[in-house]
Ligand binder design. Sequence first.
Ligand code: FNR
Length: 360
Amino acid sequence: MLMTVQDFETTARTRLDPVYADFIAGGAGDEITVRANEEAFRRLRLLPRVLRGNAERALDITVLGSRARTPILLSPTAFHKLLVEEGELATARAAAAAGTIMIVSMASTVAVEDIAEATRGAGEGGDPAPLWFQLYLQPDLEFTRSLVRRATDAGCTALVVTVDSPVRGAHERDLRNGFLDLPDGLRCEHMVDPCEGGRVRPIAMSPEISWTHIDWLRGITSLPILLKGAVHPEDARLAVRHGVDGLLLSNHGGRQLDTVPATIELLPEIHAAVAGRIPIVLDGGVRRGTDVVKALALGASAVGIGRPVMWALAEGGEKGVRRLLELLREELDQALALCGASGVQGLTPDLVRAPAWPPA
Ligand code: FNR
């Protein structure tokens, strides 16, 4: 029976080509950060309040103008057609049914226009389901501009700029498996360049990208911009100074620089650095409702999940992802009830205890 995220992982692994299972689960180098993300959540403890009389919990949030019925968003992940024929359409329909935000990867195998079309009117009260678009800034700025225009015209309500990838992380599992490219018939739809006769460009990871490019992007779009992958408090402060609207605090699920700390461990410092000026969404290792409570209590406005969505998609397509999102919502609601909380707003850091507490 599929009762937990772990169940989805176990079942997906029995169904998936082992090469794809490795692609999803794996990370960079020794995968120290991959493990750290989950372990750090497990190390933290929750200290509940009692007798608070909260008969119901409000789980809905608004981040940067986008409303969601749960604070559990879908982080951007590539190549969903590797797992099911419908690819990102299945994921997007499930996210829309759950009333949550899907962050469409620039490396998706379905185009953002088609994803938007498939979920039109599926949001709250028949509104469009909320979609955000993830971008790797390309050194060819005109091409980047055309992607921003496509995402905007498709109705995306925020841009998530991934900045932790000046070069590609070393995914040793993929290298050993010889998984270096998409199989024939699949392609990154956003990289098809109409100006070059439909040629498919490779996604450039560009070490020359700098804050100047963020300033440029700020100047060409009025959509909210979130930076994904800034983990140093000084960079969080710089992000605010450069007019960035939000952070997606992420170490790319341990797939870029190995040995970066767990995101939940970084959260208090990043929260202090931005001092409430911009919202923080956190991803990396979120597997339980209690993990969501910990992240929100320590200052996140929402969380993102990456691998669990891929496992659920592999396990059961759209239905699988729907079930996954339902079960996480149920776990979150139960954890909030047991913490005596009235909902996802107003959670405070005193709910969370590290094992050695108070510090000596
Ligand atoms: C990712 N991630 C990612 N991030 C991004 O900015 N663009 C992308 O295209 C992808 N693609 C991608 C593929 C796969 C298979 C995985 C597992 C991850 C990173 C993703 O957005 C997120 O940061 C992590 O997955 C979060 O950690 P968890 O939930 O997987 O532990």
